[in-house]
Design a protein around this ligand. Sequence first.
Ligand SMILES: [Zn+2]
Length: 367
Amino acid sequence: MKTDTQLISALPPEGRRGLRLPFFLVRNWLFLMPLLMLFFSERLYPRPPAAPSLRLEDMPHLPLKQVKRLLVIAPHPDDETLGTGGAIQAALAQGSQVKIIIVTNGDGQAVAPLLLRREIRPRPGNYIATGQQRQAEALAALKILGVPQDSVFFLGYPDRGLIRLWENHWNREQPLHAAYTWATRSPYPLTFNPQSAYCGYDLLADLWAIIDDYRPDLLLSPHPNDKHADHQATAHFTRLALALKRVAEPAYQPATLSYLIHYGHYPQPRGLHPTQTLLPPTPLAGAGKGWTRLDLAPDQVQVKARAIQDFPSQQLLLGSFLTSFVRRDEIFANLPLPDISPVKADKLAPFETEQLLQPLPEAVGVV
Ligand SMILES: [Zn+2]
């Protein structure tokens, strides 16, 4: 039997011409080859993690002992458990109060209705159902950590929309239309302030109201350099609220620390490594200044691991990323708050009357 090569070479000249690839296609393939190799090599041979420039023993301990009221601010249901699940347990164990703010219900994961409910063409109601599921998951996880439901505030702002509130939607007259739920205010029964519209002023006012009433002495909120835009925006809103509060009431100086969730390949290695240390990624490690650590007892690590198991929707979507936060320590960055002069802080009044057309961060000099 003849091979394919023999058959081709036996064809008349016209036939052989017919099998040739056009030159432009060959040229384009040659052009694409390096790109394809780059694409697949990234998947087959992931870049090794950058060596952390800090050692655990270089970082001072989180000063948790004097804390009476801890407030954790999370952009999505699960961030509070991943970033601060150990700190929450440690604070409760020493008798401190703990309250949690969850800014969005995580209803903006495009594929979630398909993966969780097999909704091929999801409607706004399907995304709201996902948000309700994620609320329930967060409450179950926090219950394992020791936090009751009445200590959890769901603000109900739009997932993947917070940076747009910060940059473009400050006024109630121009609320954001959420891309997935189509809502302009929280459609969830479990919402801290159902009257709040999807705008920067109302998000800032909700944060302000909880901080003002609860008066935490330690806040744990996202790192402003987190790569997820919702985390950045949550950091900006929280830090602006605290900076304005500091001007309005100089005697109130709560400690404010940041936790990191999304940053390239962080945390490395991926997966469950409960005896390994969690260290800051090299670009953010600096000279070690500003980072503190909280060492967790083995039983606290186990409880945190169990709480993370209570996010089945996110286990399905993010897999081993979640369990990568089960480590023998948690780390927090101490970053200075924006400096707002008292003169500029007078612009806070429009924040209450909602007359200001200029975004508040620009008005008070924080951009
Ligand atoms: Zn998040």
